[in-house]
Structure formats: structure tokens, C-alpha cells
Design a binder for this molecule. Sequence first.
Ligand SMILES: *[C@@H]1O[C@H](CO)[C@@H](O)[C@H](O)[C@H]1NC(C)=O
Ligand SMILES: *[C@@H]1O[C@H](CO)[C@@H](O)[C@H](O)[C@H]1NC(C)=O
Ligand SMILES: *[C@@H]1O[C@H](CO)[C@@H](O)[C@H](O)[C@H]1NC(C)=O
Length: 935
Amino acid sequence: MPHPKTLLSLSTLSLLFSITIIIAADDGPVFAATEDAAVMSKLLKSLSPPPSDWSSTTPFCQWDGIKCDSSNRVTTISLASRSLTGTLPSDLNSLSQLTSLSLQNNAISGPIPSLANLSALKTAFLGRNNFTSVPSASFAGLTDLQTLSLSDNPNLSPWTLPTELTQSTNLITLELGTARLTGQLPESFFDKFPGLQSVRLSYNNLTGALPNSLAASAIENLWLNNQDNGLSGTIDVLSNMTQLAQVWLHKNQFTGPIPDLSQCSNLFDLQLRDNQLTGPVPNSLMGLTSLQNVSLDNNELQGPFPAFGKGVKVTLDGINSFCKDTPGPCDARVMVLLHIAGAFGYPIKFAGSWKGNDPCQGWSFVVCDSGRKIITVNLAKQGLQGTISPAFANLTDLRSLYLNGNNLTGSIPESLTTLTQLETLEVSDNNLSGEVPKFPPKVKLLTAGNVLLGQTTGSGGGAGGKTTPSAGSTPEGSHGESGNGSSLTPGWIAGIVIIVLFFVAVVLFVSCKCYAKRRHGKFSRVANPVNGNGNVKLDVISVSNGYSGAPSELQSQSSGDHSELHVFDGGNSTMSILVLRQVTGNFSEDNILGRGGFGVVYKGELQDGTKIAVKRMESVAMGNKGLNEFQAEITVLSKVRHRHLVALLGHCINGNERLLVYEYMPQGTLTQHLFEWRELGYTPLTWKQRVIVALDVARGVEYLHSLAQQSFIHRDLKPSNILLGDDMRAKVADFGLVKNAPDGKYSVETRLAGTFGYLAPEYAATGRVTTKVDVYAFGVVLMELITGRRALDDSLPDERSHLVTWFRRVLINKENIPKAIDQTLNPDEETMESIYKVSELAGHCTAREPNQRPDMGHAVNVLVPMVEQWKPTSRHEDDGHDSEPHMSLPQVLQRWQANEGTSTIFNDMSLSQTQSSINSKTYGFADSFDSLDCR
Ligand SMILES: *[C@@H]1O[C@H](CO)[C@@H](O)[C@H](O)[C@H]1NC(C)=O
Ligand SMILES: *[C@@H]1O[C@H](CO)[C@@H](O)[C@H](O)[C@H]1NC(C)=O
Ligand SMILES: *[C@@H]1O[C@H](CO)[C@@H](O)[C@H](O)[C@H]1NC(C)=O
């Protein structure tokens, strides 16, 4: 029989025991609910303002947005879109019964609290807030999690994809767009979630390649678009992701060809624009019946212009390298060379320079004879990988083929032995294997430096043993004995001569360097290119950054020197002042197109009838520094090619005078058509025309903002900088004010430039420049298009003179809009709908806070569907920018510059030079060029 004292202590023990159990099991009504109460009370204090009916005197289970289970444990927090600010308590994860957390679309700041070990949590919506950081391992142990959304938290400090999420094997939706993610996509991650359907990681700074583990996922919606520096590598893994429905990879740095997506039978939306994809658009893609929307613009795609089925929305604006700009087969030689490039994985350097439908028109690595037959292909030391295509055998006139010094594998194709004209075949220093086919004796075959290549046979000429890998760039393949060889040599020389003459002619015509001293140059010399050798000089600033001093001391090279071709490829073209004088009628008043802050613009006409616009400006004391900057900027600007940006064709420096040569836009400025149409006798723009103009401008500016590694900011977007062509399509001009923002942070302190009425508030107040400054100005332009009123109109009463202020007030009530629109529009119901949408966009773009403004890509996306609905199915006039049959010399020049592409420029030295000079010192042309006096 137990002692009473023992009894007591036993019962105490059991009581203690049961308490312990209650705490451990965490479902006792008293203790755990108290714990939730503590967190909820902290939440009440940390949110500001807290939701209206929250109060410490009512039980938290009755608070608006809170749901509890029968034990008074919080299961749901639902506070989306309540305009909440403040922070969240760091021990939020004590709410261990929480299954649903919805705090999206507020302005909550501070760190995201750790959610670790909330094993009941199924959905977590934290997007569209101002959270500042994500503590590490915040998402560990979320074994039930199905949805995690943190998108649109632009103020997070950079973090990496949370690998602890792999414990959430039930994950279905992962949204971390615009959340400052950096780093690479982990090699093993996406294969850990068998049910993962939707992955949105857009607008971050993810880099590196797509991991192969994507192939083992079931992802249907994959959004990886708009990474700051761009994801890279190929997109081959897509071909194994057979569940794909929607794929957004635009605005990255992906390379290589579009893979075979024929297994992706649910794919309806494929956004690949603004990458560096090469190779032809696969037929399997064009035949994919599920496909509805596809964008391919601004890549380096090659081969036939793609033809998709009816009903497929395709965008192909911007740059690509198709052989023609309408569907139809390419020249047979083009297809052969494409096959050859395909065996190397379609290297970007081929795509960049192989444009148009005629390989004899300046394609690099390819030499033709006078009869337009390809006689030499020289791919020595190009860092090529892959194999030697048997299609070389289709170049039946080939005499010399140099493939040495690469990393090629596979065998030497037997088909090459059928090349009857072949004299030299150089494949040394690769990693070739297999048997060496038997070539006729006249073929000089160089195979040294291929460890695995069979040493058998070799009876032909000088096989295997010879080690002369030096044949390199001067093919003197005429060591063959047959009469064949001697008869072909002159043709070969003729080819070279023709090419050289062609280059000389082009170079002379368009890219003469200015003459500081007039007596050196005469019109007759300029007009007669054959005499003009002495006139031709090319700046090499893009190669050498070491020059200094007056313009006349700029390093230059005469056109006679073969190496100038490389310099020319650099894309920097200077023009002769004499030519510019001549074509503008000695800068005659009659030819004035307009006057801007930075100088006077003259119209000019080249001998072949091509019209140009010459902007003439002078700096009083620019000094070497200013000159360097000018030159550096020109180097970059002359590379910028987009169908909605006015092309800078060349420039000229003459003493203190600077001249910029632009393409001519026959319909003048948007200002004229929007505000001055009565005086000028134009018909007012229709709504369609206005929306198309808006889209064109949005695309041009979007392109500036997204140029490869860095962002350019226009800073002075306004109707007088929007020029129109005869088709009333618009191009943005005067991006001479652009500044490139440093990596990551799109913001630079700068002296104010721009125009009142279009200045974003934060820019006017602080001088801080981001791409959002242009978005604001774009919003103002939209308002002008809608209302037909100027951004600033002093003739109106004060409360209406500032368009943005006034129109934003109008926008508060949709019913006001019809009264505010341009009287000439006279819209029907459908048009009015469209006007509402554009008005809304205008309001969005002019939001007071820069981070509330969309980016230009959003504006494009809003406007595209409106324009699409009006578009005739044919896209002919739309794409007339690449392969005109008879291009004028400036056009050829322009094309060469375009061919150089936006991708390569960013690798050469001129860029860092530009970047540092522009970043380190701010200059506005407005300050530097104030008087004009061109001697
Ligand atoms: C090369 O020639 C062969 C035989 O004439 C032909 O079948 C093949 O299609 C050609 N290849 C290309 C890429 O033109
Ligand atoms: C050469 O190719 C073989 C396969 O054909 C490969 O195993 C080897 O690593 C390659 N060598 C080099 C140096 O690339
Ligand atoms: C395709 O694009 C159009 C306009 O760009 C858009 O309206 C439509 O919703 C898109 N369709 C799909 C399936 O994404």
C-alpha cells in the first residue's frame, strides 16, 4: 500500500506529465492558443495600420482575415491588398497550424519571417510587398507546401534560389519573379518536385545555363524571362520537357539553335525574343499545332523566313538573320553553309555575319570567285566545336578548306573526296578520329595534331606526316600540278581584287575621316573614289584606347591596308565633312529640317538618292576628354540598330565641329503630326496610327533599356524626338543623351537633362536616372497621343497646363476620359475601349513612385494585342529592313554595322572605355555644344 506522500507526488508527476504532453503535442486549447495569441498580438502591433477591426480586446480568431480551427489555432491569415505597411514578427512560424498565408499586394517591409517547419502550410502568398530580405533556410521543412509566391518584392537584398525548398515535394507553383534572385539555377532542384507545374522566376539576375534536371520535371509554365545579365547556354533541354505549355525565355543570352519541340504537344506560348539564338527555325516548331503565340524577334536566327500556321501570333520584328524577309526557300549555297554551321552548333559569329541570301556578299570566312562560286572556306582557329559537315561536298567549286586549329571531333567525311576542285584541305590541330578518306593526289592534305586520326592509307600527296599548320590565312593552294590549278589561279585573284575594290569603294564613299585642313581635300577627289585613296581613313578607337590629342592625330589607317577590314568591322564610321557639305548644299538654310537643343539638323541627299539627316553641332572647348567621350559614345551608338530607333549612320569631327549623320525620316516628327497638323496641312493621326506609334516607341525604348549587358536610358523622350517614316511607323531619335547604367543598379547620379513636362518627379528632384525615367516620359507621350495636348501648355489655365497632373485627375473617373480625348478622334465604342486601355497604361507609366511604374516590356505587352487586332495577316512592309535587292552603299554600310550585332560590341575594349567615361563624368550635349560655326 503506497504511502500518501508517494501518492501525492505520483499525481503531481502525472499532472506534470500530461502538461508536458499537451505542450509537446501542441494541440491543447490553453497553452498553444496562448502561444498563437502572443504572435498574433505581435502581428497586430507590427502591422501599420492594422486591419480596422483588429484589437487586443477581441479574440484574434474573430479578427477580420483570420481563421482558426476548433482549438483556436490560427489556420489562415488572409490580408491581401489591404494597404498594410509595417513588418511581420520574426516568429510567425510559431503558428504551427497555419495552412494558408496571404499577405500579397501590400507594402509590408522588413525581413520576410522564416516559415521554416510550418509543416501544415500549403500556400504562402507574400508577393507585391516591400520586403527587404529573406533569412536563410526560411523555407525548410515545408513538407505540405504547394504554392510559394514572393514575386514583385523589388527591394529584397539579393539572395539565391532557396535550395531547402526541395523538402517541399508537393510544390506545384513557385513564383519568385522580380525578387532579386541571383546566382545559377541549381543543377538538381527542379527534379525534386514531381507535381511542379508553374515556375516564375522572371526579372531577376539569374545567370548560367538551364539545368538538365528541368527535363525530369513536369513543369507546364516556365517563366525565366528578363534576367538582368541573362541566362546563357542552349535551350536544348526544352525538347525533353514534354509537359510544357508556356515558355517565356525572352531577354536572356541564350545561344544555339531552337531545339526540336515536337514532343511538347501542349505548347501554346513560346517567347524566345531578345536572345542570341541561331540556326533555322525548325519545321517541327512551325508545324506544332498547339502553338498560339510565339516571339522570335531580336535573335540571330537564320535560314528561311519562318512561316507559321494561320492563327499563330508570331512576332519577328527587330533583328534576325533570315536569308530573306518573306517566307520562301533560301539560295542553295545558303542552305549548304547553314548545314555546315549546324554541325558546329550554329556559332553566333556565323549568324552575326551571314546575312542575306548571297554568301558572296561579304559573308565572313567565305571567299567567292568572280563567278560567285565559293572557292575558299577558311574557318581556321575559330574555336569551333562539333563535326565537319558532309555538306562541304555540296560546295562543288571549293578549292581550299581550312579547318585547322579548332576542337572538331568525328571523322573527315568521305564526301569531301568528291570535291573535284579541291586543292587544300587543312584539318590539323583538332581532335578528329577515324579513317582518313582517300583524296586525289593533287589535294594537299594537312592532318597533323589529331591524335586519334587513323594513320592508315595516306597514299595521297602529303597526308598525315606533314606538320605545317601555318597555312592559315594565305592560301597558296596552287602547288597542285594539273592545268586545272594554273587556270583557276587568276580567277581566284580576280575574286580578291573585286572584293578589295568593293570594300575600297564603300569605304571611300561613306567613311572618310574628316579633314581638318580643307586644302587637302577637294570635291573631285571625294567624288572620284579611285583617286581618293589618301582620303580614306578609319578611326581605330574601338581597338586602341590609347589615343589622345587633337582629331588630326587620331590613329588612322589608309584603306590600302588589308587590316582595315577588321577596323571597319568595329562598326565605327566616320564621314567626310566635304561629302556632308556637298550633300547638304553647304549647310543651306533651305535644307534645315529642324533645330534642337544640340544643333541644327540638315537634310542631305547622297549621290545615289539616299536621303540623310545631318546634325551639326559645335563645342567651344571640348578638349580631349570630351572628344574621347564623344568618340566612345559614337562607337556605341553607331552599333545600336533597331527598326524603331533612328540609325546613326556616321559622324564627323572637324576641329571643334561635330556632325552626326542619321537616317532620314521623311514624315518628320510626331510633334508636327500631333500638334501642328493644321498649320502643316496634314490629316490628323487616327487612333490606330497613334497606338502603332506608341508601340513602335515602346519597342525602341525597350530595346535601348535591354541592350545586352547594360541598359541605355534615353532621358529625353518626347514627340519631337519621335520621327515618322512614310508608312507612319515611328522611330525614336536623339538617344545621344543616353547613359548606360552600371550593372545591377539602374541608376546614376547625373546632371539634369531632358525637357520639362516629361521629367519624372524623382528625376527632377534628385537627378537620379533609371529606366523608369523613360517610362514616365513614355506615359506623357501616351497622354499627348490620347488628348492631342502638349505636355506643357502655358496658354491654358494653371490647373490644366501640366498634362500629367491634369490627365491623372481625369483618370480617377473613367467617365471623364471621353471628354478629355483629342477632338479629332471621334471614337466608336471599340476604339473607346482601346483608348481606355492606353489611358490606363499612361496612368501606370506616370506613377509617382518609379517602382510603381511598369517597365517598357510591359507597355509593349499591353500595346501589342491592340495593334495585332488591326494588322493584316501579311507582314510584308513590316519587315522591309534587311535584304533589299539593290542596296545603296550607305545601306550596305548600315547592314555591316548591323551585322556586327549588338552582342559582340560589348566584348571589345571600346565598351569599358565608354562605360567608364560615361559613368565617371556626366555630360549633356546641351552643355557642351552651344554655338555653331563649322568652318
Ligand atoms: C547536298 O547534295 C546532295 C546530293 O546532291 C543533296 O542530296 C543534299 O540535299 C545537298 N545538301 C544540301 C544541304 O544542300
Ligand atoms: C578528343 O575526343 C575524344 C572523343 O572522341 C575525347 O574523349 C577526348 O577527351 C578529346 N580530347 C580533347 C583534348 O578534347
Ligand atoms: C497571344 O498573344 C495575344 C496578343 O499578343 C494575346 O492577346 C493572347 O492572349 C495570347 N494568347 C495566349 C494563348 O497567350
